[in-house]
Design a protein around this ligand. Structure first.
Ligand code: PLP
Length: 396
């Protein structure tokens, strides 16, 4: 008999994918311009020009082995050096190529890190709202998910709640900022308080508790907001990074893990990461894209396009009476549903061809996520439907 748990995962899509698939089918029925699909976090801003140029240059001039051959399991040395230099230049974190492990995006960075850190039944704390796949990744590493409830309205971390959730079995904490689905960036005060609690609990339980920084949205922040670099606040940090959103390359599957050189057992953790990558079958990240990243470190997408979308959507929705969490980054707007049950709200929005994601699976009920990484015109065209929806609730 096959594995029942895997069957269950495969036969039920994530709610995001479910709605995304519905949107595609609906678009084929009534036309894509009539479906206001805000379901999935697929970057709408083009990858920087440097990426295309680097691909052309590489394909023209480089050897097949460099382009398409295996690299070292942990990644090409030159690429890891370039990544380490970038981290040091920007954040002064003192990492070397030996702290960097190239991966197939943040999902692989997370599954590998969790597999490397967790023993069966050890606990991993996630801050609600959280990316739905964390549960899948943690449970697949035989760990237990523990959810910390956020502060109401701001959706910053509730430090008291967090401290109360740490037990002797806590091995890791995942922090995702800018956050999917809330768009919130955890401020420096919050980060310092989290790290203080972690240091206290490490002492109390006499074992390390690792902070996993899930950072695919680090570069997508607006209005000069700063995203603190967690290695500089807490030694036992592992950064799970991805170029999926930062360079609009989600289908290319490229990212990395950076283990803080100051972490307890840093060298052993890195080796456990190599072991987890091996056991999960990630022998090396895509070679061509490792070369592209090496040549394009520092390239940027035009985030003003997302900022404009955010401003239009946030401005209009708050004017129509929706309660929205002020989004500082990523490309999601977190909106309070106009009734307690976000699924019922979702169904009513769907009747107006607006497709948003109810956030119960993200650990917060009564909210929906709007992914505004779409063409601006889609947002503009959807506004009358959002307005009509709000009016429908007011009139009932
Ligand atoms: N973590 C968060 C918070 C995400 O939103 C996503 C993707 O949407 C991932 C991880 C996975 O990213 P990747 O596509 O790089 O695997």
């Amino acid at each position: 008999m096959f594995n029942e748990k895997m069957y269950a995962l495969g036969s039920k899509r994530s709610i995001i994918r479910e709605i995304f698939e519905y949107c595609k089918a609906r678009a084929a029925e009534i036309g894509a311009d009539k479906v206001f699909d805000f379901s999935i976090g697929n970057p709408s801003v083009p990858a920087p020009k440097e990426i295309g140029d680097a691909i052309s240059e590489l394909v023209k001039n480089e050897s097949p082995v460099l382009l398409h051959g295996y690299t070292s399991a942990q990644g090409d040395l030159g690429t890891r050096e370039a990544v380490a230099d970038d981290i040091n230049t920007r954040f002064g974190a003192g990492v070397s190529a030996n702290n960097i492990y190239m991966t197939c995006g943040a999902a692989a960075s997370l599954t590998i890190s969790l597999r490397a850190l967790l023993n069966p039944d050890e606990e991993c704390i996630v801050f609600a709202p959280f990316f739905t796949e964390y549960r899948v990744f943690i449970e697949n590493a035989q760990g237990k998910v523990v959810v910390s409830t956020p502060m109401p309205k701001t959706f910053q971390i509730d430090i008291k709640d967090f401290e109360g959730k740490i037990t002797e079995k806590t091995k890791a904490v995942i922090m995702n900022s800018p956050n999917n689905p809330s768009g919130v960036v955890y401020n420096e005060e919050t980060i310092k308080a989290v790290c203080e609690v972690l240091r206290k609990k490490e002492k109390e339980y006499a074992h390390p508790i690792y902070l996993i920084a899930d950072e695919p949205y680090r570069e997508l922040v607006f209005d000069e907001i700063k995203v603190p670099y967690l290695m500089n606040y807490y030694d036992d940090t592992i950064v799970c990074y991805s170029y999926s959103k930062a360079l609009s390359l989600p289908g290319e599957r490229i990212g990395y893990i950076a283990v803080s050189p100051k972490a307890q057992d840093s060298v052993s953790i890195y080796l456990a990461i190599c072991g987890a990558g091996r056991s999960l079958g990630y022998v090396c990240a895509p070679s061509l894209f490792q070369q592209v990243i090496k040549r394009c470190i520092g390239a940027k997408v035009d985030i003003n396009i997302y900022k404009e979308n955010r401003d239009i959507l946030y401005g209009a929705l708050t004017e129509y009476g929706y309660e929205c969490v002020a989004p500082d980054g990523a490309f999601y707007l977190f909106v309070k549903a106009l009734e307690d049950d976000a699924y019922k709200f979702f169904e009513k929005a769907k009747k107006k061809e607006i497709l948003v994601v109810p956030c119960d699976d993200f650990g917060v009920s009564g909210y929906v996520r709007i992914a505004y990484c779409v063409d601006k015109q889609r947002i503009v065209n959807a506004l009358p439907a959002f307005k009509a929806l709000a009016e429908e609730y007011k009139n009932n």
